[in-house]
Design a binder for this molecule. Structure first.
Ligand SMILES: CC(=O)SCCNC(=O)CCNC(=O)[C@H](O)C(C)(C)COP(=O)(O)OP(=O)(O)OC[C@H]1O[C@@H](n2cnc3c(N)ncnc32)[C@H](O)[C@@H]1OP(=O)(O)O
Ligand SMILES: CC(=O)C(=O)O
Length: 549
């Protein structure tokens, strides 16, 4: 039912070229250390890309160091390293240009040269003639190929240049091939192309230069490649259009990191090529490791994963609408374009006011409860979820609270770890504005056959309540010590009845191994937080396998 097909063709020549460590690092907010790059490269190799562009040695000191250490420390099984740099400067000889020499010194087997292929850039940015612009390409490629390096040329601004003056852009690509470049990657540097334009230009250029179509290419043939940016939101479509038109080399970055709106997401491109086009493009662990590797790279880059990222995002196979769930119950493929396990991802059911009984049954299954055939229970839970959500709760962001609700409906009661008698909190400020507030909370509860009264302090009322609750429960349930509150979100909601605002609090707790989220709703922040805190403690104890004492 899914539109995916199994990989059927292994083209004799097809390059997956990763530039996360170079172009990806050009993203605002990313700053990769040498150690970060040395940690990401093996992940890319494990995925099975053919090329890892490590950076620009000679221009960026960290990148010079990366290549020095990579030669000693990396043991790549599938990928080769590529050093990125520019063609020689205008008016100097290639071997005299220190930046060209730095590319040789990097000892990378592949050198990728950014070359101007838009005549306006040659004249206005390089401030030289078209003839010298072409000579810069010819000389630099000839020199590096003569030194035994495999050369890729990134034809910068190729598409914009071709639309303005096709003759010069074509001549730039021809010059690169004639001087010995193995691949010329056509760059949509400004990211403004549309798929139809790309397809037409690549096809035209391939015909003009007699470059074989990717599907017919043999080792040693000149290859065209695609390097896309996402400024018009078409980077993936443009890359696929280039492949359709005969490109046999795709460049991109993990998670689409890159300048401005990013480079093309190489993971999406590869998943589309493998699962939709039936092309085997990866040499290593392959697609099933994609989700893990996407998240590992985002962890190292210190960028939160994007939930709605195609294929690998946590929402990529998350289903919210009740009607979807009812069909998924029959056959998951009815609402999925591929089997998520093909890319190492998983289906998830979201519980909300849009849920139906099928959603609850499937969510229950996900949580380990078989609710099939329990029609009355499913109806009860569904309507309780809808009522609660109308009152401000949100279960799709609080799986743990939903599980407690479900357990309560199944057994008729909440797990009885403790019984709260009362709680209160006060905030005091010693001086005026700018002085630190101090909060204190007192909790009275019954647990383990005793009455426990504790006082906790904190830098705010919720923090003080958390401390007091923990102090009380730890006496009977020392397991609580491992729990830590890691996220706290507050939202003020308007009630539908127009009786004023209510507050919703979502908290995330970890035991160091897993984490869980709970929700609380109340007329103010403190009451809402108290509900979320107590749910969090109960859920943590249930999942630690602790019996009520
Ligand atoms: C499209 C892309 O994303 S390509 C990758 C871009 N990445 C980066 O820029 C990151 C690393 N860059 C750097 O460290 C610096 O910008 C450097 C070292 C490359 C250049 O910095 P500087 O030496 O200070 O040069 P400056 O900024 O003054 O000017 C750039 C020079 O490169 C020349 N140049 C620019 N593009 C090219 C090119 N494709 N080929 C050859 N020369 C080029 C310019 O004409 C100018 O030459 P000039 O010094 O003779 O005037
Ligand atoms: C080379 C490159 O990164 C570009 O043209 O976008």
């Amino acid at each position: 039912m899914t539109s995916a097909t199994n990989p059927v063709t292994s083209p004799p020549v097809f390059h997956v070229y990763d530039t996360t460590l170079r172009d990806g690092a050009q993203q605002e907010g990313i700053n990769l250390s040498v150690a970060d790059k040395l940690a990401i490269a093996p992940l890319l190799d494990e995925l099975g890309v053919g090329y890892i562009e490590g950076g620009w040695p000679g221009a960026v000191p960290k990148d010079t160091e990366f290549f020095r250490r990579a030669a000693k420390e990396l043991d790549l099984r599938h990928a080769v390293l590529a050093a990125f740099g520019a063609t020689r400067k205008a008016g100097v000889r290639a071997w005299d240009d220190p930046q060209v020499r730095a590319l040789l010194d990097s000892e990378a087997p592949v050198v990728t040269l950014v070359a101007k292929s838009d005549v306006r850039h040659v004249e206005r940015a390089l401030r030289t003639t078209p003839e010298e612009g072409l000579a810069m390409i010819t000389d630099t490629v000839t020199f590096l190929a003569g030194e035994g390096r495999r050369v890729v040329v990134d034809a910068e601004h190729f598409f914009d240049g071709y639309r303005y003056d096709p003759e010069f852009s074509r001549a730039a690509v021809r010059a690169a091939f004639e001087a010995g470049a193995e691949v010329v990657a056509l760059c949509d540097t400004n990211g403004g192309m549309l798929p139809g334009w790309v397809e037409q230009i690549v096809a035209e250029l391939r015909d003009d230069l007699a470059v074989p179509h990717g599907r017919d290419a043999r080792p040693g043939d000149p290859l065209l490649g695609m390097h896309a940016h996402n400024d018009s939101g078409c980077a993936v479509a443009n890359t696929l259009a280039a492949v359709d038109a005969g490109a046999a080399h795709v460049q991109g970055t993990v998670n689409g990191y890159g300048e401005r709106t990013g480079n093309v997401d190489l993971l999406t491109v590869v998943a589309n090529l493998e699962l939709k086009h039936g092309l085997r493009t990866l040499a290593g662990a392959g697609l099933e490791e994609t989700t893990r590797i996407a998240h590992a790279v985002s962890e190292i880059a210190n960028i939160s994963p994007y939930a709605r990222q195609p294929y690998v995002g946590s929402s990529a196979f998350a289903h919210k609408a009740g009607l979807h769930a009812s069909a998924i119950k029959v056959d998951p493929d009815l609402y999925q374009h591929i089997d998520p396990t093909a890319v190492g991802n998983d289906i998830r059911m979201l519980v909300s006011d849009m849920a139906g009984r099928a959603s609850i049954e499937l969510k229950g299954r996900e949580l380990g409860f078989d609710l099939s055939g329990q029609s009355e229970l499913l109806t009860r839970v569904t309507s309780r979820v809808k009522d609660d959500e109308a009152n401000g709760y949100t279960y799709e962001a609080a799986d743990a609270s939903f599980e407690l609700l479900l357990r309560e409906e199944i057994t008729g009661e909440r797990p009885g770890y403790f019984r709260v008698e009362s709680w209160r909190t006060i905030v005091a400020r010693a001086g005026g504005r700018g002085t630190e507030a101090e909060a204190e909370a007192t909790v009275k509860l019954r647990a383990g056959g005793e009455r426990i009264v504790t006082t906790g302090e904190g830098n705010g009322p919720v923090n003080a309540l958390d401390h007091a609750l923990r102090l009380a429960l730890t006496r009977v349930y020392p397991e609580i010590e491992a729990f830590e509150l890691i996220d706290f979100k507050v939202r003020i909601l308007d009630t539908e009845q127009g009786t004023g605002a209510i507050t919703r609090v979502l908290i995330e707790t970890t035991d160091g191994v897993t984490s869980w989220s709970t929700v609380g709703v109340g007329p103010n922040l403190i009451e809402a937080a108290w509900e979320a805190l107590t749910d969090s403690a109960i859920f943590g104890l249930v999942h630690a396998g602790v019996d009520p004492r």
